[in-house]
Structures are given as structure tokens and as C-alpha cells.
Design a binder for this molecule. Structure first.
Ligand code: CMP
Length: 153
């Protein structure tokens, strides 16, 4: 079972969009295996976005991400890195498809409501920034086939 990291950014938390974002994840059928609200330290922000260190927007990004609380979620489900990226939409909300979180709920690239890991490797790295192993609980149902097998003995 694949896992990914989703952050609801300070703008999303301050606008009261926690329920809206979480509900889209749940309606898709994905499970929330870890969940916390925290204020990012500068170190956590810099670890999360180390690949953007040289970019022009980096100082603005770190300032925003440490400005107010974020929600951190570990999401679990088949192919969930890709599934969550599709639900989140393109980085620039003006280019994000309507129906995606950013397409529906955001206007600018820094305050784009959510962050989602872009690969299984990044997800593993990013989850470790925010969660200890015992803070993540798996409770996904077995696949339909094995459920049938169990119910018929
Ligand atoms: P996120 O998915 O969190 O990953 C990096 C973040 O940098 C991105 O969302 C944006 O919020 C932010 N950012 C700001 N400006 C840019 C830009 N020009 N290109 C890409 N990301 C940007």
C-alpha cells in the first residue's frame, strides 16, 4: 500500500479549508493514516523545500510556510502519490484544472492551499520530517478479491 504526504498550507488553514480538503481525499476513497496540526519550524520548511533553495521564490515560500499553522497528513491507498497530485492540481492555480483543489480554491502560486509529495521517494522523505513511525496507522480494507475470498471461507 502506497503512502504520500499532503500539507494544508497556512493559507488553507487560515481560510478554514481543512474540512474541504480532507473531504475531497476521503471521497476519493483514500485513507488518512496520520494527521496533525503544527507550525513549521524554519528547519522543517528548509528540509521540505531543499530542492528549491536556489529559486527566486524560495524566501517567500519559506516565509509563507512558517507564518501560521499547517495540517500534515499521511495518506494511504493504491497509487496514492499520483492520485493525490491529480486531486491537488497544477502548482499554478491559474493553470490548475477546475475540479482540482487548486483549480477550485486558489488564485496564486505561493498561497496555493496544499502541497503534495511528487514521487514515492519524496513522500518517504517528507513523511519522516513530520511523523514518527508510531504516529501512522494503517486501516485500509483488504482488496475486493481477498474480501470475497474471506467471506466465502
Ligand atoms: P508546492 O507544491 O508546495 O511546491 C513548491 C512550492 O513553491 C509550490 O507549491 C508553490 O507554492 C511555491 N512556488 C512559488 N512560486 C513558484 C514558482 N514560480 N514555481 C513553482 N513553485 C512556486
Amino acid at each position: 500500500m502506497e503512502r504520500t504526504l499532503l500539507l494544508i498550507k497556512p493559507d488553507g488553514v487560515m481560510r478554514g479549508l481543512l474540512g474541504e480538503v480532507i473531504s475531497r481525499i476521503e471521497r476519493k476513497g483514500l485513507k488518512i493514516a496520520g494527521l496533525k496540526i503544527l507550525k513549521l519550524t524554519k528547519d522543517q520548511g528548509e528540509s521540505l523545500y531543499s530542492i528549491h533553495k536556489a529559486k527566486e521564490f524560495y524566501p517567500r515560500l519559506i516565509r509563507h510556510m512558517t507564518s501560521a499553522p499547517v495540517a500534515a497528513l499521511v495518506i494511504e491507498g493504491p497509487d496514492c502519490v499520483r492520485a493525490v497530485r491529480r486531486i491537488v492540481g497544477s502548482t499554478n492555480p491559474q493553470e490548475a484544472t477546475p475540479g482540482s483543489i487548486r483549480g477550485d480554491l486558489a488564485l496564486n502560486t505561493t498561497e496555493n492551499v496544499v502541497h503534495a509529495a511528487d514521487s514515492v521517494e519524496s513522500a518517504e522523505y517528507e513523511i519522516k520530517i513530520f511523523f514518527k513511525p508510531d504516529e501512522i496507522l494503517s486501516y485500509s480494507k483488504p482488496a475486493a478479491e481477498s474480501r470475497h475470498h474471506t467471506s466465502t471461507g
